[in-house]
Design a protein around this ligand. Structure first.
Ligand code: UT7
Length: 340
């Protein structure tokens, strides 16, 4: 287990926390509906909606890179925060522009932030939580005063063109938050994060290396097993965060979970005892956007006016690695640009 925000003094009111000041999102223009996919794969709108809850997703255009989406989402997050700078850029992605180097330095440079530390985090669908926790630790330590945390993916480029199971789930997009050092009493404070990983299960979600004897280098996922583990891991990490922070179930206003499958979201809310909280559902419009899914869901909630500053919000995710975790925060005061 990693992370221990309470070590920095969560019990003392006014302790230093990373506070979300801005939120932004970016989606590719191209909408791909279930009917579009049914023309290419042996599937149907009825099956996809019934088994996943997804109606449509976005696909990056030819030449549109992860950095393009990341830059747009980050610009919008800066604008929403009324900020021009950040002292750190952390980009969560499974689909960097290049294997080498990382994409974050390029994103930072285009944003006018050349010179600040910038790096990628690779934790697949848990990537945003990992990036958020990393930036929050840096702010809590007093090393920096501000950070940009971005989740961005062109995940559909990893997909096997003949695999209907993954084609129907994944989509492309980006979301970002701007963090500043503040107090835990402020709306938007990231109060606690808990991260976990277990490489024993790394082949549940992976892109085999071509020299592994695999037939290709497309994304592969054991959907059924991932489904079960995702439900268990996300509900257990939510449970753990709630227990440690001391929030009762009925005090949680919203659950914003990684948008993998509607049935997973429903099961996690049920097992974690959060059925009374608003479960943010955004996958119907964008599918599973991996590291971008939590900030995109946050942006959708903000754009629709579903949250009030100070609301108690729990985030959770599960992804390749395997990796998983949860976070507790209060909803920020912000202006957000509608990504749709
Ligand atoms: O984001 C990282 C974590 N990822 C996830 O959380 C994904 C977790 N897994 C899932 O969401 C689900 O397992 C899937 C959506 C991937 C698959 O749904 P499922 O209900 O678990 O389907 P299944 O794999 O158990 O397959 C049931 C049937 C099979 O047919 P038979 O063997 O029963 O005749 C599949 O061949 O559904 C078939 N099937 C499809 N049929 C129509 C699988 N994919 C499709 C499809 N269209 N796209």
């Amino acid at each position: 287990m990693i992370s221990s925000h309470e070590q920095a003094g969560a019990s003392s009111r006014g302790a230093r926390r990373a506070v979300i000041r801005g939120l932004g999102a970016a989606l590719p223009a191209k909408v791909v509906t279930n009917d579009d996919l049914s023309r290419v794969h042996d599937t149907s709108d009825e099956w996809i909606q019934r088994r996943t809850g997804i109606r449509e997703r976005r696909h990056a255009a030819d030449g549109e890179q992860t950095s393009d989406l990341a830059i747009l989402a980050a610009r919008r997050a800066l604008e929403s925060a009324g900020a021009e700078r950040a002292e750190l850029v952390v980009l969560a992605t499974t689909t960097p522009d290049k294997v080498c180097p990382a994409t974050a330095p390029k994103v930072a440079a285009v944003l006018g932030l050349a010179g600040v530390p910038a790096f990628d985090v690779s934790a697949v669908c848990s990537g945003f939580l990992y990036a958020l926790a990393t930036a929050a630790w840096a702010i809590e330590s007093g090393s920096i005063q501000s950070a940009l945390v971005i989740g961005a993916e062109t995940f559909t480029r990893l997909l096997d063109p003949v695999d209907r199971t993954t084609a129907v789930i994944f989509g492309d997009g980006a979301g970002a938050v701007h963090l500043e050092s503040g107090s835990e009493a402020e709306p938007g404070a990231v109060l606690m994060t808990r991260l976990y990983a277990d490489g024993t299960d790394e082949e549940l979600i992976h892109v085999p290396q071509p020299d592994d004897g695999a037939q290709g280098s497309y994304f592969q996922m054991n959907g059924r097993e991932v489904f079960t583990k995702a439900v268990e891991a996300m509900s257990a990490s939510v449970d753990s965060v709630l227990g440690e922070i001391g929030w009762r179930r009925d005090e949680v206003d919203a659950l914003i979970a990684h948008q993998a499958n509607l049935r997973i979201l429903t099961a996690v809310a049920h097992i974690a005892g959060l059925e009374a909280a608003d479960a943010e559902i955004h996958l119907d419009r964008v599918g599973n956007t991996s590291a971008a899914s939590i900030p995109l869901a946050m942006a959708a909630a903000a754009a629709a006016g579903r949250r009030r500053p100070g609301d108690r919000v729990v985030l959770t995710a599960f992804g390749g690695g395997t990796t998983w975790g949860a976070a507790a925060l209060t909803w920020p005061e912000l202006a957000v640009i509608d990504p749709h």
